[in-house]
Design a protein around this ligand. Sequence first.
Ligand SMILES: Cc1cc2nc3c(=O)[nH]c(=O)nc-3n(C[C@H](O)[C@H](O)[C@H](O)COP(=O)(O)OP(=O)(O)OC[C@H]3O[C@@H](n4cnc5c(N)ncnc54)[C@H](O)[C@@H]3O)c2cc1C
Length: 419
Amino acid sequence: MGEDMVDEQKRTVAVVGAGVIGAAIAFELQRRGFQVTLIDKGEPGRGTSYGNMASIALDFAAGSGPTTWRKIPGWLLDPEGPVWLRPSYAPKMFPWFLRFIAAGRPSRLRQIEDAGMSLSRRALADFREMLSAIGAPDLITEEGCLAIYETEAEFAGDRGHIEMMRRYGFDFEVLSGAAIRNLEPALSPSIAKAVLLPDNKSIRNPYELVVKLADAAFALGAGFLSGAVRNVEKSDAGTVVLLDNGQRLTVDSVVFAAGVQTRVLAQKLGEPIPLETERGYHTQIMKPGVSMRYSVIWPHRAFMITPTAGGIRVGGNVELAGLDAPPDFRRPRVLVRHAQRAVPGLQVEETTEWMGHRPALPDTIPIISASSKMPGIWYATGHGHLGLTYCATTAQLVADMMIGAKPGVDMVPFRIDRY
Ligand SMILES: Cc1cc2nc3c(=O)[nH]c(=O)nc-3n(C[C@H](O)[C@H](O)[C@H](O)COP(=O)(O)OP(=O)(O)OC[C@H]3O[C@@H](n4cnc5c(N)ncnc54)[C@H](O)[C@@H]3O)c2cc1C
């Protein structure tokens, strides 16, 4: 048995949540010798992981900076802007915003960037290894991502991020004029500047990735249980997972990877976490009338255009409106109009629209941690805008901690008891 395997008799684990985080963890634990049961109230991959923008975005960016707080009042005013705070939800967001502003202090910001980059540095290698282990190396594209800027002022507005990439030795190249269209002819001549991020690969189909991860775990012997987890409790035999449908499962350990819903489960264990939904939208265009090689991000407008297996996907932006408010599909339609400005040949035929809930913590970095209240409980949540990017790395780190191996990353910044 290798050092990275569980060294007792097969230990049993329930992984709650079959999104990209839970499915990656289920696969990783099962291949390390645990006996896993993956639990979801729906089908694997139908939560937020279904419709993300498919980007392995290694250029970690903290959500809050020293002056971000000044923008918050403006977020209340424009329902079609890149960030919208629904006025009726604003009072509920208040405690989260206090923590968000505190996370933007320069000293704290540097710690957050260090932590984010400690995951980013290894995320692509972990991702590739995971894909080849599940027999799906072709799910990743080899082209990188282009960040685009219509004006010099927009480019200057992103200076802080570019400086951060330089500071962390992140590979990028600044392009102007014709050089941009040489790389991606579909882009409009009105795009004045671009930054090529060669390592920011994308995934052809994020939903298929989750399904393949879960199937790979099942092929190794993992089980699946359908139902909503209500709570967990200790018994002499271990930890009992209680489901809404009356089922009970007794295991040695439980990993909570239920996306934004992990908040409810943590609250029940007496360790509340400030997990909010940053809602985001996409439009999948099955007949775009144009082909693209690179994924494109427009930082000033906070959205992406990604070529995927099923056409071109346009999406992003942030809506702060809680879990229950109905989707407001005006927002993705604005993004499609912006996308047509960047990619003039983009036609909008045969489309579907979608909304998902990014599990967002105020300091941007996830919780990857043992419970501070109940032995045998683990958390992997709060990946915000980067759950796809960090899924393989998160799975490795959780598995390392669970078998008592030293993870190759300082895990202190990701602990649940930082709140
Ligand atoms: C518009 C948009 C674009 C994005 N683009 C990118 C991108 O390009 N790159 C990137 O890295 N990230 C991106 N993200 C973020 C990424 O999608 C998320 O961080 C990631 O999907 C979170 O995965 P998860 O497994 O934690 O949650 P989910 O995918 O939501 O999975 C959670 C699962 O838990 C289940 N569940 C919840 N509660 C219970 C319960 N009580 N019992 C049983 N099951 C339960 C749910 O049914 C669900 O299947 C984007 C997000 C959005 C919205």
